[in-house]
Design a protein around this ligand. Structure first.
Ligand code: PLP
Length: 454
């Protein structure tokens, strides 16, 4: 028997101008009922709502696309997975199985990479905050230490001399690549000669081996050209080192920062149309390297620390409608159970949000609120959506980067995360938090054990 059609109240809608681009207002034509062939409804019934979902298939295919774009243009390419982008062990291990090393920016991430079975020599240690204990461990384990500032350089010299072990170091270099804003707070500046200065100091140290040069020019860089500029500046330095010291750096690391297909807030066109392809980035970078002064027999390995562009598409968060409201100004609003505490990137992106069940094609401009008692908890300020009922589900796409690391346990406990494997089987890769998760690290002073006694 076919299901009885739901009655929908007819409404008169004011024509709104100034909100659309030339392609119209419609954002969604079809519901997303399945992820990698697993029904969304079933996932929510089994694991609750909201629920993060990670597609192993999408991780692997995206990785392979990126790797192919570079390895067909350059002889030595090595990926290093950016742990802070998503450091769930299951996610990291998929990247490691594909051949990625680990790129970490704290002692905690360093230990996580070791625990995932990555050997010290395959861990790139970035970031401005590496304490002495972490540096000591990284030097001992022969990791690739990317020096961020002079104070760190001096610490490394001291520790390496004390341990009598040669530290394998690279330097992080910032520079003008023609983009704004320039990230000058990390590393040493190229354009004012600071980078060359520090290279000269490193070359004089017996217990330091300069193995690489690194730049991470920013994030969500929507053009390939700045990467060409960065690659040729790093190649210039490598050629100068070869000329002056007869020393060849083993690698040039272009960091991360490739744009994902997400749409930035206020963007006129969708990110799927504006995001450069992996081939465009690869062309800009590899062409700068092969055209450089570096002798062909000494071409360094090219390392990439791509984060968001590799994982965004593989992540989803599923949610449910809590309520619909008509605002005093007549605008429709919808409250869902996904808040900004679980979807940090909603501060930057207009996430793609799709009903998970069939819908009518009567649509209306809607504001989507999260469930938090906090005014800034807005998931989308404008989205054209059909009416959804309390309990209906939505799928928020392209959320794999940064949301599962920059999340907050605030008001609500963090939900479960499942990974759908290559055969369409869903595995819980992080259990939902419980009251005990929050309480386990708390301690109650003796005089507060009994709340009825002062
Ligand atoms: C965050 C970070 C990355 C990854 O950046 P994406 O923009 O996610 O690609 C790579 N390298 C370093 C040093 C980083 O800090």
């Amino acid at each position: 028997m076919s299901e009885k059609k739901k009655f929908e109240r007819p409404v008169i809608k004011k024509v709104q101008t100034g909100m659309t681009n030339k392609f119209g207002t419609r954002t969604e034509f079809d519901p997303i009922t399945h992820i990698d062939k697993v029904p969304v409804k079933e996932l929510i019934e089994k694991h609750g709502s909201p629920l993060y979902v990670v597609s192993e298939q999408t991780i692997r295919s995206t990785y392979q696309d990126l790797y192919r774009a570079f390895s067909t243009r350059y002889p030595k390419v090595q990926m290093a997975w950016s742990y802070k982008t998503n450091y769930l062990d299951a996610v990291c291990r998929v990247f490691h199985q594909e051949g990625s090393w680990a790129e970490v920016v704290s002692g905690f991430e360093y230990d996580k990479a070791l625990a995932n079975g990555i050997s010290g020599e395959h861990i790139i240690f970035n970031g401005p905050d590496k304490d002495e204990a972490a540096l000591e461990k990284a030097i001992t384990k022969k990791s690739l230490i990317h020096i961020d500032h002079f104070d760190e350089l001096y610490s490394i010299i001291e520790i390496a001399n004390e341990l009598n072990i040669t530290a394998r170091v690279a330097i992080r270099i910032n520079m003008d690549t023609g983009i704004f804003p320039q990230w000058t707070r990390f590393g040493f500046n190229y354009d004012n000669g600071e980078a060359w200065e520090v290279i000269n100091r490193i070359m004089l140290q017996e217990k330091l081996e300069l193995i690489g040069l690194h730049a991470h020019i920013g994030t969500y860089i929507m053009s390939a050209l700045p990467y060409g500029v960065a690659a040729s500046k790093l190649a210039n330095l490598a050629a100068s080192v070869e000329k002056k010291f007869g020393h060849n750096v083993k690698y040039i690391d272009l960091g991360g920062g490739f744009a994902s297909k997400n749409t930035l807030k206020g963007a006129y066109l969708s990110g799927t149309d504006t995001c450069p392809s992996f081939d465009e980035y690869a062309e800009a970078i590899t062409s700068a390297l092969v055209r450089s002064e570096i002798k062909p027999e000494h071409l360094p390995m090219l390392i990439l620390e791509t984060g968001r562009a590799l994982i965004d598409d593989a992540g989803y968060i599923l949610g449910s409608v809590i309520a619909n409201k008509r605002m005093p100004d007549g605008k429709r609003s919808m409250i869902i159970d996904v808040g900004v505490n679980f979807l940090f990137t909603s501060f930057w992106y207009e996430h793609k949000i799709t009903p998970a069940q069939s819908f009518s094609h009567h649509t209306e401009d809607t504001i989507i609120y999260g469930p938090l008692c906090m005014n800034i908890d807005i998931i989308r300020e404008h989205i054209t959506l059909p009416p959804l009922k309390r309990g209906d589900h939505v799928v928020i796409s392209r959320i794999g980067a940064y949301n599962m690391t920059q999340w907050m346990q605030f008001i609500n406990l963090r939900p479960s995360i499942v990974m759908i494997d290559m055969d369409g089987k869903a595995h819980v890769i992080r259990e939902n938090e419980t009251l005990n998760t929050v309480k386990q690290n708390e301690r109650i002073p003796e005089h507060l054990t009994d709340i009825n006694k002062k």
